[in-house]
Design a protein around this ligand. Structure first.
Ligand code: PRP
Ligand code: URA
Length: 208
């Protein structure tokens, strides 16, 4: 299967991303811009979720409407993925949140899992894996591995900034999982941070 890759082309997305990149942007505005950008990215990623038709009575007439067919699960990779979940939940208030704790080892940049709380009905659901940063790809590869092992079959990865090595690693490991991103940056520095990127997304979102 050819991997599916979606780069969000939207003026507002570019404006939000610019504010996120700016080192002068403080925690309050960083949260606000990430939340707004998350909504735009999710609109794109959820464009083709399964719906079915229903009858709806307007004050004027009976007509046909649509309802979402499958449960929606948001799977933020802790910590920074929580920032995307916060921005997406108002769009899908019934969504279930599956937390996946993965942290990069600061010396090796390898992902280390420390927590997972997943619902039992992953196999029926549309699962959106959330992480602002796709750097080496290690964290996202591991998160999707865990979700598939627990039964998930319909997965999408939503991230804000991606680097070419992360995209390549992720697509090699999970060619069936589409990627939705707002930017593809130049590459990684010697500490495996995205260049130009936006720095440490978790630290900037949580103010640590
Ligand atoms: C960051 C980021 C991703 C990961 C990306 O998390 O939020 O999860 O690094 O890097 P990768 O593609 O090379 O795996 P981090 O490990 O810093 O944890 P945090 O969100 O708790 O700060
Ligand atoms: N994690 C981040 O938060 N930022 C990067 O640039 C790379 C990994």
């Amino acid at each position: 299967m050819a991997p599916s890759f979606h780069l969000l082309e939207h003026a507002l997305a570019r404006v939000h991303l610019t504010a996120l990149r700016d080192e002068q942007t403080q925690t309050d505005l960083f949260r606000w811009h990430l939340s707004r950008l998350a909504g735009l990215l999710f609109s794109e990623a959820a464009r083709d979720i399964e719906t079915h038709t229903v009858q709806v009575q307007t004050p004027i007439a009976l007509t046909i409407g649509h309802q979402v067919s499958r449960p929606i699960i948001l799977a933020p990779i802790l910590r920074a993925g929580l920032g995307l979940a916060d921005g997406i939940l108002p769009h899908v208030p019934k969504a279930v949140v599956a937390h996946i704790g993965i942290c990069r080892n600061e010396e090796t940049a390898q992902p280390e899992s420390y927590y997972a709380k997943l619902p039992s009905f992953l196999a029926d659901a549309e699962v959106f894996v959330l992480d602002p940063m796709l750097a080496t790809g290690g964290s996202a590869v591991e998160a999707v591995r865990q979700l598939k092992a627990a039964g998930a079959m319909r997965l999408k990865l939503v991230c804000v900034v991606s680097a070419p090595p992360g995209i390549a690693n992720f697509q090699a490991a999970h060619p069936d999982v589409p990627i939705f991103t707002a930017a593809v940056d130049e590459g990684l520095n010697e500490r495996s941070y995205i260049v130009p990127g936006l720095g440490d997304a978790g630290d900037r979102y949580f103010g640590t």
